[in-house]
Design a protein around this ligand. Structure first.
Ligand SMILES: Cc1cc2nc3c(=O)[nH]c(=O)nc-3n(C[C@H](O)[C@H](O)[C@H](O)COP(=O)(O)O)c2cc1C
Length: 194
């Protein structure tokens, strides 16, 4: 099932075609495709070229998959257990000199967006999640101080949504919504209320 964005203006295919499914197929991701996703993330832009993104990941056949799965909240675990790969994405929150990197989370987000677009171009889907336990991820995955586990992601090929609960099937089929562009982008200055 494609859920390509209905855009008012034409945009690049992999941006329109990216969406966040919960129904994943059992198919594994070839090593070269998986590596390419992190390579794409590696080439994201970042403030001072600090590259604050770090990823801990496991494919479903890896023993660590269950560990990553255990870091997710139950609602996400229920569907993400079928993903081919799980990722915990962390940000390095300081610069090399110890000063805070106020853009670390922003730049981690850029890396994740880049990863997701590369994935889409390869027919692979990425579903990011805030619903996970950062402290548990830190402890179980050995994330050192100075790095903040920020999001999780389930990655894989689209599967049959009949394996989802009825409620999730509904959400899976629901049309994708976005705010209108004129509420988001302001030419010249922020619009005055009233
Ligand atoms: C940082 C972040 C956290 C998210 N957390 C969750 C989550 O915990 N569980 C979930 O099912 N979806 C989660 N999502 C997916 C969003 O709900 C989804 O991206 C949004 O509804 C837009 O849909 P689309 O990605 O299909 O365009 C998250 C997405 C992002 C970027």
């Amino acid at each position: 099932m494609a859920k390509t964005a209905v855009t008012r203006y034409p945009i690049l295919g992999p941006i329109a075609e990216r969406w966040s499914p919960r129904a994943f197929d059992d198919r594994q991701i070839a090593e070269q495709d998986l590596t390419a996703l992190f390579e794409a993330a590696r080439w994201a832009a970042s403030a001072f070229n600090a590259q604050p993104w770090r990823f801990v990941y496991a494919a479903r056949n890896d023993p660590a998959f269950e560990t990553l799965l255990a870091c997710l909240r139950d609602t996400n675990q229920s569907w993400a257990r079928h993903a081919a790969v799980l990722v915990i994405a962390a940000a390095k929150t300081t610069h090399e000199d110890g000063s805070p990197n106020g853009h670390a989370i922003h730049d981690l987000g850029q890396a994740m967006a880049t990863l997701a677009i590369e994935a889409t171009a390869r027919g692979i889907h990425v579903h990011q999640m805030a619903g996970f336990y950062p402290d548990k991820a830190r402890a179980l995955l050995g994330v050192p101080d100075g790095y903040e586990p920020k999001t999780a992601a389930a990655i894989g090929y689209l599967g049959d949504r009949s394996r989802l609960s009825e409620k999730l099937q509904e959400r899976e089929a629901a049309p994708r919504q976005r705010k209108p562009l004129d509420e988001l982008a302001f030419r010249g200055a922020w619009p005055k209320r009233g």
